[in-house]
Design a protein around this ligand. Structure first.
Ligand SMILES: C[C@@](CO)(OP(=O)(O)O)[C@H](O)COP(=O)(O)OP(=O)(O)OC[C@H]1O[C@@H](n2ccc(N)nc2=O)[C@H](O)[C@@H]1O
Ligand SMILES: Nc1ncnc2c1ncn2[C@@H]1O[C@H](COP(=O)(O)OP(=O)(O)O)[C@@H](O)[C@H]1O
Length: 283
């Protein structure tokens, strides 16, 4: 038997850093949303073998136990004492180390797929709880859609039926290490976005208020190391984008648009400036 699950990329419409915790992680307050740029995870039972075997079309993902999909399978096997082997194929579409949670989403999709393959009947909440062992973004990726996410990333409150916008993703050619960006956070320098106001804007489908309240406390930290991100933001604004922001710890920048034609125009004009540009929609 073989099961395929989609692993959509996420963007952070808002990200606030509230403080550093005793365990070294940071307390966050975020509004996250998934977009229709997705990897595909296919799991297949291996006969007479207990191993977790990984394959991918991408040379950018580790094909070993460091892979988030591998970790997800290992957590499932250990937690439920499963003695079966599995082959996991990662069809990679989301750029790696981009602030789009590609690896976390692969882990979440692997949890969902193995839940079916091994007939475990786990709920979304139970899968998200298992996801905490793999990475901070995995619980959100188990839920997907749009959500307010707090704590280290383990508290996920879905926001129902938000209005869907067009999203232009612009990924510079370099990647960014999330731990390194968090290491450079100085709490007394952080600019705090208003995440309550942002949630109200999302709930009320108020596009103007949404644009006013887009904000990412990590943006200034990553910008200081990578000035090209500022240039991309300027270019997007000059091309007519209404609101632009860096996603997560970066370096991907996104722009939001209500109309497809305008989004297409902005997308075309930024393509000459940056190689990796995607026109997608909120899920
Ligand atoms: C910043 C965010 C925002 O959505 O996204 P990305 O930029 O990675 O996509 C996430 O919080 C990233 O989540 P994830 O990439 O799963 O992080 P983890 O693997 O758990 O942690 C990697 C490292 O980031 C730091 N970290 C992560 C989460 C958090 N709440 N506080 C932290 O300080 C820690 O140094 C940790 O060792
Ligand atoms: N399935 C996977 N897909 C992408 N990256 C992975 C995966 N498994 C492990 N990684 C590693 O995780 C790191 C972060 O990758 P990714 O999840 O794409 O970034 P981000 O958290 O910035 O969105 C990379 O260094 C990569 O080597």
């Amino acid at each position: 038997m073989e099961i395929t699950e989609k692993a959509p990329a996420k963007i952070n419409l808002g990200l606030d850093v509230l403080g550093k915790r005793a365990d070294g992680y940071h307390e966050l307050d975020m509004i996250m949303t998934s977009v229709d740029l997705s990897d595909r995870i296919t799991v297949r039972e291996l006969e007479n073998e207990q191993v977790i075997r990984l394959q991918s079309n991408s040379s950018f993902v580790p094909l070993n136990k460091k892979n988030h999909a591998y970790k997800a399978a290992m957590v499932m096997k250990k937690t439920f004492g499963i003695k079966k082997g599995v082959e996991i194929y990662i069809d990679k579409k989301t750029p790696v180390a981009a602030g789009l949670a590609g690896g976390s989403s692969d882990a979440a999709a692997t949890l969902r797929a193995l839940n079916q393959l091994w007939q475990l009947n786990l709920t979304t909440q139970e899968l998200a709880k298992l996801g905490e062992q793999i990475g901070s973004d995995v619980p959100y990726c188990v839920y997907g859609q749009t959500a307010r996410v707090t704590g280290r990333g383990e508290h996920v409150r879905p926001i129902d039926n938000p209005k869907k916008f067009w999203v232009i993703l612009v990924k510079p050619s370099f990647g960014v290490s999330t731990p390194e960006i968090f290491r450079h956070v100085k709490m007394d320098k952080i600019q705090h976005p208003d995440i309550d106001a942002l949630e109200d804007a999302v709930v009320n489908s108020d596009f103007d208020a949404l644009l006013q309240n887009l904000g990412n406390a990590l943006e200034a930290v990553t910008l200081a190391k990578h000035p090209l991100i500022s240039k991309i933001k300027e270019r997007l604004l000059a091309s007519g984008a209404d609101g632009v922001l860096m996603s997560g710890s970066g370096p991907t920048v996104f722009a939001l648009c209500q109309q497809e034609k305008k989004a297409q125009r902005i997308c075309n004009s930024i393509k000459g400036f940056c190689d990796e540009v995607y026109l997608v929609r909120m899920l």
